[in-house]
Unconditional design. Structure first.
Ligand code: PLP
Length: 439
């Protein structure tokens, strides 16, 4: 019996012992093509020599120094690198160890910003249903995924949840994308009015929804309308790019494609590509300045913020992405993946939608295509797909449907940026074989 408190306690896992490019290898020597980067993490694959060398070098010189005593070279260099490439206005970086911590920091920065400005009544958060922002209590309260929240509801602060932008299910017949985006903007505006605009602190959203919907981008213009509404009421916009950021959709931040800059942006997963645990919150100049010129101290922190080795790893990852031209490759491979998925599953009776951007793609599974009827969630199709895919030697990231039928099961694909065309074919072949086993 394993003495590890695994997340699933009723089944066992293969033991991963090695990684080779886009493949993971288990103790029996079986190879798994990592078509989801774990959870959209491993954007450089599993054995990048430059990143491994950077980690070795940093550990050899200085593994860690506590951020309340020192700054470090890799932390400063990584912040410089990110700010130089971030949209104008984002001028500093708060480093943490992962996505949930990045979201917690963003929420507290928003709150402290308004205290420093003398608007302490601004405490309401608005986020979206079918969103995921992490599992710590603040991030979980912000997320709108009923299944993840359910048993912890009594511990969660109150957050308003409005509709996500989910055209496949919610754009009405005959409604244009623009009209649909307007309808959602009006819903946000109405919720702000209900709470009192002077009481609202921030609106939080994922530019491309990951874990809870399966790579769903917004309709064109939606985020520009959201930005306008936030600006009109002096509300901060927090964009959660933990999953869709750091090149996953073909630009460093997914929101660049929307022509929108947030006040706070959370990043993680692809930042360190799994070579070290790291996340960060990109902070706009007005928030930094309000705190710098006010109390001068952010009332929040963790032991491992700005971990020197994690920063060195992330810097090596980001340099590799840039120097090897991988963002262009993400765009090209992403189009190739979408095309292959459409050819193979476009007429599949149980694939309702194929969507996404760059190397961030989702397939929504439905019992009945025309009516978009989800499978019964009790069937736990997502778990069966995951098992079948692993049997085929493929890692993909399936998620379950919801009891209220608001979405179906979906499969998220987020492979490393280093794939070749033959490996795109391999993903589609193995996924096809896995689906044939369970559908
Ligand atoms: N935000 C988003 C959009 C995510 O997808 C996730 C994780 O999947 C998180 C936050 C939480 O990140 P972590 O699991 O690193 O805490």
């Amino acid at each position: 019996m394993s003495h590890v408190f695994h997340r699933h306690l009723k089944h066992s896992y293969p033991t991963a012992v090695g990684g080779e490019g886009p493949y993971l290898i288990d103790a029996q020597g079986k190879r798994y093509l990592d078509a989801c980067g774990g959870a959209a993490v491993s954007c450089l694959g599993h054995s990048d020599a430059d990143v491994i060398e950077a980690v070795r070098d940093q550990v050899g010189r200085l593994a860690y120094a506590h951020s309340s005593f020192f700054t470090t070279e890799p932390m400063e260099a990584l912040a410089d690198f990110l700010v130089e490439r971030a949209p104008e206005g984002l001028s500093s970086v708060y480093f943490v160890s992962g996505g949930s911590e990045a979201v917690e920091a963003a929420l507290k920065l928003a709150r402290q910003y308004y205290i420093e400005r003398g608007e302490p009544q601004r405490r309401h958060l608005i986020a979206r249903r079918q969103s995921y922002h992490g599992n710590t209590l603040g991030a979980l309260a912000t997320g709108g995924n009923a299944w993840r929240r359910q048993q912890f509801e009594p511990l969660l602060v109150e957050v308003s949840h409005v509709s996500p932008c989910y055209a496949y299910r919610d754009q009405a017949p005959g409604e244009t994308p623009e009209a649909y985006g307007e309808r959602l903007a009006a819903e946000l505006e109405a919720e702000i009015q209900r709470l009192g605009p002077e009481n609202v602190m921030a609106f939080v959203a994922e530019p491309v929804v990951g874990a809870t919907l399966g790579a769903v981008p917004a309709v064109p213009g939606y985020f520009r309308r959201v930005r306008e509404i936030c600006d009109r009421h002096g509300i901060l916009l927090i964009l959660d790019e933990v999953m869709c950021g750091m090149g996953r959709t073909g630009t460093l931040l997914a929101a660049e494609q929307e022509g929108v800059t947030a006040d706070l942006v959370t990043i993680a997963k692809g930042l360190g590509a799994g070579y070290q645990p790291i996340g960060a919150t990109l902070v706009s100049e007005r928030i930094r300045a309000a705190i710098a010129e006010g109390s001068g101290f952010f009332q929040h922190g963790h032991t491992y913020i700005g971990h020197a080795t994690a920063c060195a790893a992330a810097l090596a990852v980001q340099r590799a992405v840039e120097e090897r031209g991988l963002l262009d490759r993400v765009v090209r491979l992403g189009e190739g993946l979408q095309q292959r998925l459409e050819v193979r599953f476009g007429d599949h009776p149980h694939v309702g939608d194929i969507r996404g951007r760059g190397l961030f793609r989702g397939l929504e599974l439905v019992a009945e295509r025309d009516a978009k009827t989800p499978f019964d969630p009790e069937r736990k199709l997502h778990a069966a797909v995951k098992r079948a895919a692993m049997d085929e030697g493929l890692m993909c990231y399936p998620m379950g449907g919801t009891l209220d039928g608001r979405r179906g099961d979906h499969i998220l694909l987020a492979p490393p940026f280093i794939l070749d065309d033959a490996q795109l074919d391999e993903i589609v072949d193995k996924l096809d074989a896995a689906l044939a086993r369970v559908l």
